[in-house]
Design a protein around this ligand. Structure first.
Ligand code: CA
Length: 237
């Protein structure tokens, strides 16, 4: 990553195989205060995403090696990038294709030729939405460290591997240590209010979280509060 560039400027990965369009986008986005990285095929896009951790991806639909749709699927499949904002750029005017793009997990799309103003408005709307969720950073509780940007969890020096749901569960609990949450509150916060799952699903994921986070001889940091719910706590009941 280049030095001397404000880390507050959002980083956009432009995935585009038409060099002239990529150059035009870089020029205009930089002028608008974005940092820009580029990739010119689908495979390179995935590599660059892992390397530079962009705040947003502008993803061309028709790409060599791997299509934009497949790239988008892979982005959504990986826990570290499942919430990464993606705008699909398509040359097709067929609505069905646009819908298919959104179904594969793109947050929005623009159709070539697009206006720069329209694109910028969509980008800013998406970035606002994604920064409304807790800022990327580091959470600490007792001897547990969560690196939200790198999607890594450590207890003492031991790396802890969590599934995506357990990760979000721990993230939420670490944001509100020692507070007791009911199963319903956890469902709302971690799964979202529109997802309908059984409250006992929470128990399953709490069990998995405990299994991963509590190593041999380590303190159980998840407190079960009978008839009330769960809390992240180092004090026994
Ligand atoms: Ca293309």
């Amino acid at each position: 990553m280049p030095d001397g560039v404000s880390p507050l400027k959002p980083l956009v990965l432009v995935v585009e195989d038409e060099a002239a369009l990529a150059t035009m986008l870089r020029y205009n986005l930089e002028k608008q205060g974005f940092r820009v990285e580029e990739a010119s095929d689908g495979q390179e896009a995935l590599t660059r995403i892992a390397e530079v951790q962009p705040d947003l991806v502008l993803l061309d639909w028709m790409l060599p090696v791997m299509s934009g749709i497949e790239v988008c699927r892979q982005i959504r499949r990986r826990p570290a990038t499942r919430d990464l904002p993606v705008i699909m750029v398509t040359a097709r005017t067929d609505d069905q294709d646009a819908v298919r793009g959104l179904n594969t997990g793109a947050d929005d799309y623009v159709t070539k030729p697009f206006s720069l103003e329209g694109l910028l408005a969509r980008m800013r709307a998406l970035l606002r939405r994604s920064s409304a969720v807790p800022a990327k950073g580091r959470l600490m509780f007792h001897d547990i460290a969560m690196d939200l940007a790198a999607h890594r969890v450590q207890r003492n020096t031991r790396p802890v591997h969590l599934g995506p749901t357990e990760f979000r569960l721990l993230e939420f609990l670490m944001q509100h240590p020692r507070r007791v949450f009911s199963r319903e509150e956890l469902l709302d916060a971690v799964w979202g209010p529109d997802i309908h799952v059984e409250p006992r699903t929470v128990d399953v994921h709490i069990r998995r979280l405990r299994k991963s986070i509590n190593g041999e001889g380590e303190l159980d940091v998840v407190r079960t509060v009978r008839a009330a719910g769960y809390a992240l706590d180092t004090e026994p009941v």
